[in-house]
Design a protein around this ligand. Structure first.
Ligand code: FA5
Length: 350
């Protein structure tokens, strides 16, 4: 008889150690302590025992019953706690201290212009690509015709990790990977490479009304046979007129970037002051928005594309500055400030 009691205890312990839900636990309780449960059944067997055996066996079964009741109650508490934690973790985080008039939320102005530009380029057949914020020196500079110690690196000081990687200083850092990803489609199937890749960029530089140390750009590239500067100008014009929905004063002037030849600076007339000059445009009336140019043969070669057969254009649109101009934000630093009162005004664009 005592063996049966020990065996039941072992079974109970083993089942309790494996149970993971309160429903399963209730099944175990019924199987051991219910009306026809195995411990209750033991008590029913006492009828045929001598009075002394009854006493000692009855005591042993009652000890087991007490043990089972307690062990099951402790397990109920443990499982309830786990289930509650799971439910709480599944709930969205609510900031109870947030002012109620802001709770409805809105998309950030940079997200709004980014999506707008993505839609414009998607309709013109461009793929939208995502790329890492941490890149190698090769991706950010060397693959772009900027070898070590090239003076162009001074314009793009950034933040370096101990392992030699860096936070990308421009979205051009993804160009080489994009060429390698699509070159077979271009070469074997004659499908032009058309891609845009928006992303966050970082620069170790002083901030002012139109410079941040963390800002967004959107790179675009197109490679095919016979791509020329006219194609580049067409895509730039289409993008700007779609985003601003009005004619803008734009100027194209020569600009030097080692990864394009020829290279241009595309400036727009400052939308904050209407070209009069203000701190947002460094009092020039113009804002550098979208440098661009014809992809340098060395860069195409490094991406596995023959520059004698293919040509292409690339541009690096300043998305954060575009958001400033589109929404009339005078100081670029307001866009990263997390100041909900100033960001909330864009709610209606949601
Ligand atoms: C570049 O970053 C080149 N990679 C762009 C390029 C791509 C040229 C492809 C040719 C072909 P630049 O450093 O000028 O170039 O930056 C491009 C744009 O990003 C600027 O016109 C500006 O709109 C924005 N930008 C640059 N630095 C900052 C900054 N500190 N804060 C906010 N916007 C910035």
């Amino acid at each position: 008889m005592n063996e049966q009691i020990n065996e039941l205890k072992v079974q109970l312990d083993s089942q309790l150690s494996q149970v993971s839900t309160t429903q399963e636990l209730e099944g175990i309780r019924v199987a051991f302590l219910g009306k026809n449960g195995s411990i209750t059944e033991l008590l029913k067997k006492m009828g045929g025992l001598s009075p002394e055996e009854k006493k000692s066996f009855g005591q042993a079964v009652n000890v087991l019953k007490g043990y089972a009741t307690q062990a099951i109650a402790a397990k109920v508490e443990e499982l309830n706690k786990i289930e509650l934690e799971k439910e709480l973790n599944a709930l969205p985080e609510i900031d109870l201290s947030a002012p109620t008039h802001l709770v409805k939320g809105s998309y950030h102005p940079i997200t709004l212009v980014q999506r707008h530009c993505e839609n414009v380029f998607r309709t013109m057949g461009f793929n939208i690509e995502d790329y890492s914020e941490v890149v190698t020196d090769y991706e950010c500079f060397e693959a772009l015709n900027i070898p070590k110690f090239h003076p162009a690196r001074d314009m793009q000081d950034t933040y370096y990790l101990e392992n030699g990687q860096l936070l990308k200083s421009h979205t051009s850092a993804a160009q080489n990977a994009i060429y390698k990803k699509y070159k077979d489609d271009l070469i074997n199937e004659g499908r032009p490479i058309r891609a845009i890749f928006p992303g966050r960029c970082f620069r170790n530089e002083s901030t002012d009304a139109c410079h941040e140390n963390t800002f967004f750009q959107m790179e675009g590239v197109m490679v095919d046979k016979n791509i020329s500067i006219s194609n580049l100008i067409f895509f730039m014009k289409t993008m700007l007129s779609e985003v601003f929905q009005r004619d803008l004063k734009v100027r194209l002037r020569p600009g030097f970037f080692p990864f394009v030849e020829p290279g241009f600076e595309l400036d727009i007339s400052c939308a904050i002051c209407g070209g009069e000059g203000c701190p947002s445009c460094k009092h020039s009336g113009w804002l550098e928005l979208c440098p661009c140019g014809m992809i340098h043969p060395n860069v195409l070669k490094e991406g596995g594309i023959d520059p004698d057969e293919y040509t292409g254009f690339a541009f690096g649109l300043g998305l954060t500055r575009l958001a400033m101009m589109k929404y009339g934000v005078k100081d670029i630093r307001d866009l990263n400030s997390g100041n909900l009162t100033s960001l909330d005004q864009f709610t209606d664009d949601k």
